[in-house]
Each structure stands twice: as structure tokens, then as C-alpha cells.
Design a binder for this molecule. Structure first.
Ligand SMILES: [Ca+2]
Ligand SMILES: [Ca+2]
Ligand SMILES: [Ca+2]
Length: 916
């Protein structure tokens, strides 16, 4: 156990200097309009924040505030007008956000990689992708009250029916019932069409698992549970819909009908060989489901494309690729589909026919601009105005669409995005389907969100030529036949240093994937500089932690005799067949030494690279279960092996192949294989007055501090202390929490727990990747000025309004060129007309019962209307004029108030200093 800890602590150091890590999490329901229509909620995933906008002018959302949540938020849902739940994919948690206070008031643990949350029947339903379940929590108690097992890989998107009687779960990697005929049973491949090629190696064959010719031989049962309908009262599965699609994204009910519509893609992996899949590997579709057992009808979003024509610019100009979300207007007559791959919104009628396409990016028609790709991912309609809000995952912002004019009318970017240029510049090349010959597919058509699609593809070429490959460091020379046979799609996570690539190691460098833009995507290779930027981006992607490790990064010692820890010891120290140990090929830390092993040694028809072992826990769906299997493919290059246990039963493993105990412990270890990210990264705990004294909180804090000391994570906290928002960073050397404000702290753990116990603090502790703690905890933009010292100081006192003291704050920091800067006043009289006093000096003189704090002699009184929630907003765009730097501005809000001394109420003063 000790050995494991030391080994991984040491390995964590090389990346220590990085302040930003990329987990490329898959967002789902990342945008929503509040039930009252007054607010727009959107996620700023790279900066781990929930952004709250006012829709006082629905056509022009203005940021009210942002609230830091857990790592990599992917979905949100409004519970009440003041409470929003945010699902964090890397933190494995839900942040319960008090929107008015601007802090997280509770954190709920969910299990690995939660995908979405919806409310129904007074309960919260949360999809948990890795453990294939939906967990149910009391919406008020926040206690888990049930679990619904989902028979399918990666359940993610959730939808509650309009009447609240159903919750639907979309199984993202549900597959398409295809599976693999293993090499030993498959008929020989057809001869090459290139006469110079030698005979092809024996390979497997991808077939439909229901194909009567193979069913009795393979006996693989794939029920294909696509959409699972849960009864929110009994918390049981009421019904299952299959045949919806291979990869499922967003869903919507069509008002006035009994129809559920699902955005999805179909995988054409039954089609053999790359030239046949060129420009046409997937179909982008919406599938109409008759709720309650009606027909299930897939509808192609790109009908009429002539796939034989490549390149085909007219097709690129209209293609709707990789639909990730769908919404219907209130009448149920118009549907809007987000085409993530081609930066447009498709408008469909009730029959699913595409009526129009609305461009959300600057590159319209057949043009492609991957560096400025928007990536429309999630949609929300305004309840009354004819407006559609589009959450752009890649651009990290909101586009506002006029649904009558069918045009984009505004675009609001996240106020701050820490994504470095290296990731921004190269990211679009992965997702941009306009880089394909007809606009229908990107690399991400199979590498869904840089991950897997759960199936195998036969991308061989009968007319290709022989290639050669060498192991890492140029070791060995191996001849590679182009008819390689079916291969499981590999993840693009954790590729840095993993060369050579592909199952056979036939691509020496990531740059060698450039030809696929021509041979598979059907257009042309990228310019070398573009490919380099794409590669640089790919190398930023990391795996989140393995959920089967313990929180302190050790391996489980249970059950004794077959535990993962015992498997680790065997893997690293026990020769299993003659002199070889697993680790001699599958080196720690990635699982591969990069060598290519001859087929003769592997007892296989081809030579294969030693594969990395960091995501096997995501590929266990071929294990037979009473209902069948959730995936048609699992282990080895073609996915033909059910499980690690059965893989180790192959004769090549010698005496190990018959030793069930050793095989079990090895399976347990390999499925818990360290991913390079420690489980403490993302781990969270909200400390409140109610729980500050509990053992559970103490245990968590001690664990996080110890993991920080071991270099497995760093530790930060965010929340409220003595009425003000605060950020903290735990400094291991001095065992103190430094604050984000000059003159405040540092604090000991005991100081913080005491403050919480006294009701003076609510703090959410968060394990973050080592190297990111200053950015996430203290200084968001890393400009050296801490978040609390960014030039915003309250002064003076407020007079009470009817809902309590008026509170004036800013939505962001007063930096030169911050066009989105706005002042926000809370607790004003709803729908009243207030004023914002603005001047260049402070004053204090009594006036009609309030204390005027701003010298308006050379200033101004600006209108500041309050909305129905009593929130007034005044945008005050700060020009990028350097003469303004250092200028002090004093502001105060005054609103009519029946409770104020003379019918008026005033906020405290706020001084802001314009900075860089
Ligand atoms: Ca996790
Ligand atoms: Ca399916
Ligand atoms: Ca700063």
C-alpha cells in the first residue's frame, strides 16, 4: 500500500506547474431559463462557475454574478428561484447554490461522473454514468432516498416530463446492437484490391448481434436500452425504449403530443473498410419516440446528401452534424436542434423535416473556422419572447437567437475563461464537422467528447499499402497490413507521451493522424501549423480520477485474497509466465512501455502495441448479466473479450490462465488503475454551522490536507466569511489557509471550523489539481492581484429596504476594457425605478432620511430599474482607455421603499478602482 502511495505521489510532480488542467468534460443541460423567466443560468465549465444573467431585456442577457462550484460543472437545474443545483463531472458532486448569497450552501456526493440532474415529485434525479444508475435525493433533505439501476453504458441526459410523472434517462453509449465475431470464428477477409498486397491477416468481423446467421454461435444478447423511463414515485423503471440511436444526447417532449424527441447519432460500423466509411461514418438524427410504447422513428437530419460526391461544399453549407440538444416551442410546431459539429441550429417541423438552419458562428455556409468554432451544445427557449439561448461549449458563452427572424442577434462570452491559448486554438479541429468533405462528421463523431463511442470500426483498406511501425524509441520494425480489421475506438484522453498510437502502434506521432482528414473525413489534410495546434490541444486532455481507487489514492485491500492492492503487487512483482511480469510490458504509470509485441508472442494474427490501461473501468459492458450485455465490445483491440478476467484466461497467460484467484485480483487492480489524476482532485465538502463539528467533516478536511501534503492534489476553499465572499488556499508548508484579501488571515483549520460553528462562515473545501490552487483559490486571472483585492470595496452603511438592507455589488472586476461590467443592487422594491449615484469622491450627507455617500457634483444619477425579483442592474461598460487606470469611482443605489424612513432606501457605498 505504502509503495503505491509513494509511486504515484512521485509521478504527480511533472505537471505541478500547470495552473489549468483539461478534463474535456461532456456538458449536457448547461443552460436554463428560470421558471419566472427573469434569469438565465449558464455554466462556465473551464472556470468551474455558474453564471447568472438577468433577462430584464430578454434579448440582451446581462451578467449578475458568477458562483464557483465544483470541478468541471456539466449540468444545472433550478429548484427554486433562489436555489440552483449544479452537477460537477470531475468533483462527482452536486453544488447546491444559493443564488442571492452567491455561494454554495451544500455539496452532495453523487458517484463517478454525474451527467445531469432534474427534479420530479419533490426529488432530485441524478444520472451517474460510470456506475450505470440514477441516484435519487430528497430535494429538500438532500439525502439519498433511492437508486435506479440503468442497464446501459454512460447514462447522462435526463428529462422530467412536463406533468412530472416520468423521468427519462438517455443512455449515451447505448450502442447499436453490433458486436464482434472473434478472429477464430470469423470468415477470412476478402482479398485485397491492391494486387501488390500480401494476403490479409485473419481478423474479426463486426455483425448485428441479432443476425440469425451469428446469433446461435455468438449468443450475445444486447437489449439496447436507449431511453429508460423512471416512475419518480416508485423510483423504478417503468419502460425502456430501444432502437433510438448509437450515441444519445439531449431530449425534449413535443408539447401537445405524446412524443419524446432524442438528438442522437447512428454509427455505420457494420460497413466495412475506410473507403466505404469516408465522409459517411455516422448519421446525425433526431428520433421520435411514442411515449408509452408508440413507434420509434429515427429521422435523418441530412437527408438527400449524395455521399458519393466528395468534397461536397453545398452539403457542408447545410449539414447538421452531431446534434446534442433539442427544444420545442410551446405550440409544438417548431423544434430547434443544436448541431454541435457544424455550428448551426436546425429548425424542424413536427414531422422532423428541416425547415431552416441558423448559423451561430462567424464561419457561415461551407466556410470552416475551427479556431473560432462555437460548439452549440445546449438550448433553452424564453418562455414568452421568441428567443432561443444557445450555450456554446467551445466559445464558452451564450448566443441569443431570434426565432422569428431565424438569426443570431447577440452573443455574450463568459466574463473570464482560463482556457489557455494552446487549448483554445486547437480544440475546434476535433469537433468541427465542416472539416469533412460533406460537413457530416468530425473526428469527434467517434471520439465523443474526446472519448469513446463504445463500438468497434473496421477502418482497413483493401487498396492500401503496407506500412511499417516501430515501438517507442524506434525499437523493432514491424510490417503493418492495411486490412487491420475491426478495432475499438480509443480514447483521446491522456495521449501525451503515449506514442506510438493506434492498437498496433502504426502511427508514430499524433501528427500522423492528419491523413485521416482526407482518407476518413473526406476533405483534405490540415495545414501543418493547424495540425500542430490540434496536437498541442489533444495533449492537454487528461483522465479524471479512477473511481475504484480509494480517496487517498491507495488501492482497496478488500476482499482479502483478491483485492486490487494484491493485484497491484502481483502485477508489479510476480512473473506469471516464465520470467515476465505484467509491468514489464504494462509499465506504471500509463500502463504501456510503448513497445510493439509480435503476434507470434501474443498468439494473435497481428502485432500489437502494449496498450495503456487507464480507462478499462469504462469498458466493462460486455460482461454477461441476466438481462444481457450493455456493450457489444470490450477488451483487446477488437473488443472481443468480455472482461479482464476472461482475457487472462487466454492460453498465452500460461498457468495464470487457470488461477481464478490471481485473475480476479489482477482484474480488480487493472479496473482501478491510476489514471494520473488522484481521487482527491475534485473532492469536496461544504462546511456549515450544522456540520462543522462532525467527525465526517473533520475526516474530509484531514484527508484533503494530507493529500495536498502528498502532492496528489492542492486544496482551496470558497464561500462566505463574516458576510463577505472569500477564497482560500491551503499552504502545506505552514499548514495555514491564505485568504484572497490583503490583511485577512492566514487561518488555521481550527479558525475556519470555529467560524463555521459560530455561523460566521460557510465554506466549500475543494481538492484541485496541483498547480491550479492559486488560480482557483486566490487569483482567478493570475494577474498577481488577489480576487478580494481587485478594486471593489464597500463603505458606509445601507438603510433597510422592505426585504432587508439593500446590497450593491459588481458582477465582475473593474478592469479596463471590461465591456460586461455592471452594478447589481439586491433587495430593492420589486419592479421599482431606482437610481445609481456615481461620482469620483465619497461624501456623507443626510437626505430624506438616507445617507448619501457619493459626491455627484461631477458625477451622475443613472436610472437603475429593479426587476420583479427586486434586483436592479446597471451596465457600465469600462472602455479600454489607459488614462482611466487607477481612477476611483464611487457608487450607491437608491430605490423607492415603503419601509424606508421617507419612502426611500439606499445601499451601502461601493468604491471601485479601475485596474488592468
Ligand atoms: Ca470521478
Ligand atoms: Ca442504442
Ligand atoms: Ca487577479
Amino acid at each position: 500500500m505504502r509503495l503505491a502511495v509513494l509511486a504515484f505521489a512521485a509521478l504527480a510532480i511533472p505537471g505541478a506547474a500547470q495552473s489549468w488542467r483539461n478534463y474535456e468534460s461532456a456538458t449536457t443541460r448547461s443552460v436554463a431559463v428560470s421558471a419566472d423567466g427573469l434569469r438565465l443560468y449558464a455554466l462556465n465549465t473551464p472556470d468551474n462557475r455558474l453564471a447568472v444573467y438577468t433577462l430584464a431585456d430578454p434579448a440582451r442577457p446581462v451578467l449578475l454574478r458568477e458562483i464557483q462550484v465544483g470541478l468541471e460543472p456539466v449540468a444545472l437545474a433550478e429548484r427554486t428561484p433562489s436555489e440552483v443545483w449544479v452537477v460537477n463531472a470531475v468533483s462527482d458532486s452536486i453544488s447546491v447554490v444559493d443564488v442571492a448569497r452567491g455561494i454554495v450552501i451544500d455539496t452532495i456526493r453523487t458517484g463517478d461522473e454525474p451527467g445531469a440532474v432534474v427534479f420530479a415529485n419533490g426529488r432530485a434525479f441524478v444520472s451517474v454514468s460510470t456506475s450505470r444508475e440514477v441516484r435519487v435525493f430528497g430535494a429538500i433533505t438532500r439525502q439519498q432516498v433511492g437508486t435506479v439501476a440503468i442497464f446501459g453504458d454512460e447514462p447522462r441526459y435526463l428529462l422530467a416530463s412536463a406533468d412530472g410523472t416520468s423521468v427519462w434517462v438517455a443512455v449515451q453509449l447505448s450502442g447499436n446492437k453490433t458486436t464482434i465475431v472473434p478472429e477464430s470464428l470469423a470468415p477470412p477477409p476478402p482479398p485485397p484490391t491492391n494486387p501488390n498486397l500480401p494476403a490479409p491477416p485473419r481478423t474479426g468481423l463486426i455483425v448485428d448481434s441479432d443476425d440469425p446467421a451469428w446469433k446461435p454461435i455468438l449468443n450475445v444478447n444486447l437489449p439496447d436500452h436507449d431511453v429508460v423511463e423512471i416512475d419518480p414515485v416508485s423510483m423504478t423503471v417503468r419502460r425502456v425504449y430501444s432502437g433510438v440511436g448509437a450515441v444519445l444526447f439531449g431530449m425534449a417532449q413535443r408539447p401537445g403530443s405524446a412524443e419524446l424527441w432524442v438528438a442522437n447519432t447512428h454509427a455505420r460500423n457494420l460497413v466495412r473498410f475506410e473507403p466505404q466509411l469516408r465522409g459517411h461514418s455516422i448519421d446525425s438524427r433526431v428520433t421520435r419516440i411514442g411515449i408509452g410504447g408508440g413507434p420509434i422513428t429515427p429521422i435523418d437530419l441530412n437527408p438527400g446528401i449524395d455521399y458519393a460526391t466528395l468534397p461536397n461544399d453545398p452539403a457542408v453549407a447545410i449539414a447538421l452534424s452531431q446534434p446534442t440538444d433539442i427544444v420545442w416551442n410551446a405550440a409544438g410546431t417548431r423544434g430547434f436542434v443544436a448541431a454541435f459539429g457544424t455550428d448551426r441550429i436546425g429548425v424542424i417541423d413536427a414531422a422532423g423535416a428541416v425547415l431552416a438552419r441558423i448559423e451561430v458562428g462567424n464561419a457561415t455556409g461551407a466556410q470552416a473556422d475551427p479556431r473560432n468554432k462555437r460548439g452549440p451544445r445546449a438550448l433553452a427557449l424564453h418562455p414568452s419572447a421568441a428567443l432561443l439561448y444557445v450555450h456554446n461549449r467551445l466559445a464558452n458563452g451564450i448566443a441569443v437567437i431570434d426565432t422569428v427572424a431565424q438569426a443570431k442577434i447577440a452573443e455574450v462570452g463568459a466574463i473570464f475563461d482560463p482556457t489557455p491559448a494552446i487549448a483554445r486554438q486547437g480544440r475546434g479541429f476535433l469537433y468541427d464537422a465542416k472539416l469533412s468533405g460533406n460537413g457530416t462528421m468530425a473526428c469527434a463523431a467517434c471520439h465523443i467528447d474526446a472519448r469513446l463511442d463504445g463500438v468497434s470500426w473496421d477502418l482497413g483498406d483493401r487498396g492500401g499499402v503496407m506500412g511499417t511501425a516501430s515501438g517507442r524509441g524506434g525499437i523493432g520494425t514491424f510490417a503493418m497490413h492495411p486490412m487491420k480489421g475491426p478495432m475499438v475506438t480509443q480514447t483521446l484522453q491522456g495521449l501525451r507521451g503515449l506514442q506510438p498510437f493506434h492498437w498496433r502502434g502504426d502511427r508514430a506521432r499524433l501528427q500522423d493522424f492528419n491523413p485521416a482528414f482526407a482518407s476518413l473525413l473526406g476533405k483534405q489534410q490540415l495545414a501543418a501549423a493547424d495540425m500542430d495546434d490540434f496536437v498541442a490541444f489533444l495533449e492537454t486532455i487528461e483522465f479524471p480520477a479512477n473511481p475504484h481507487q480509494r480517496l487517498d489514492r491507495t488501492y482497496s485491500t478488500q476482499p482479502v485474497g483478491t483485492s486490487a492492492q494484491e493485484g497491484f503487487v502481483f502485477f508489479t512483482s510476480t512473473p506469471f509466465n516464465g520470467a515476465l511480469r505484467c509491468v514489464d510490458c504494462h509499465s506504471i504509470s500509463t500502463g504501456t512501455n510503448g513497445l510493439i509485441i509480435p503476434g507470434s508472442v501474443l498468439q494473435e494474427p497481428q502485432d500489437f502495441k502494449v496498450p495503456q490501461l487507464r480507462n478499462l473501468y469504462k469498458r466493462t459492458g460486455r460482461k454477461p448479466q441476466p438481462l444481457g450485455r450493455t456493450a457489444g465490445f470490450a477488451m483487446l483491440h477488437d473488443g472481443s473479450i468480455d472482461s479482464v478476467f476472461n482475457l487472462l484466461s487466454m492460453p498465452v497467460f500460461g498457468t495464470l490462465s487457470t488461477n481464478a484467484t490471481n485473475k480476479t485480483k489482477l482484474m480488480n487492480f487493472v479496473e482501478a488503475f491510476d489514471t494520473g489524476t488522484a481521487p482527491a482532485v475534485g473532492h469536496q465538502r461544504t462546511v456549515t454551522q450544522a456540520n462543522a463539528g462532525s467527525q465526517a467533516v473533520l475526516d474530509d478536511l484531514q484527508l484533503l490536507e494530507a493529500q495536498a501534503a502528498a502532492g496528489n492534489c492542492a486544496l482551496i476553499a470558497k464561500g462566505e466569511l463574516d458576510g463577505r465572499r472569500i477564497g482560500l488556499r491551503f499552504d502545506v508548508g505552514v499548514q495555514r489557509y491564505a485568504s484572497d484579501r490583503a490583511g485577512l488571515g492566514p487561518f488555521t483549520r481550527a479558525d475556519l471550523l470555529t467560524a463555521a460553528t459560530q455561523g460566521r462562515a460557510v465554506l466549500t473545501m475543494l481538492g484541485v489539481p496541483p498547480g491550479s490552487e492559486t488560480r482557483i483559490g486566490l487569483d482567478r486571472d493570475l494577474d498577481g492581484t488577489k480576487d478580494g483585492d481587485e478594486g471593489l470595496e464597500p463603505y458606509g452603511a445601507s438603510t433597510p429596504g422592505c426585504a432587508g438592507a439593500l446590497m450593491l455589488s459588481a458582477n465582475s472586476t473593474p478592469d479596463l476594457g471590461n465591456a460586461q461590467f455592471a452594478l447589481v443592487c439586491e433587495r430593492a422594491t420589486p419592479s421599482s425605478n431606482g437610481v445609481l449615484l456615481l461620482g469620483f469622491a465619497a461624501t456623507s450627507f443626510p437626505f430624506l432620511g438616507i445617507d448619501i455617500l457619493v459626491d455627484v457634483a461631477q458625477g451622475a444619477a443613472l436610472p437603475m430599474p429593479a426587476d420583479a425579483n427586486g434586483v436592479g442592474v446597471r451596465s457600465l461598460s469600462i472602455p479600454a482607455r489607459s488614462s482611466l487606470q487607477g481612477a476611483n469611482v464611487f457608487v450607491q443605489a437608491v430605490f423607492p421603499s415603503a419601509c424606508g424612513p421617507q419612502g426611500l432606501a439606499a445601499s451601502q457605498g461601493l468604491r471601485f478602482t479601475i485596474g488592468l
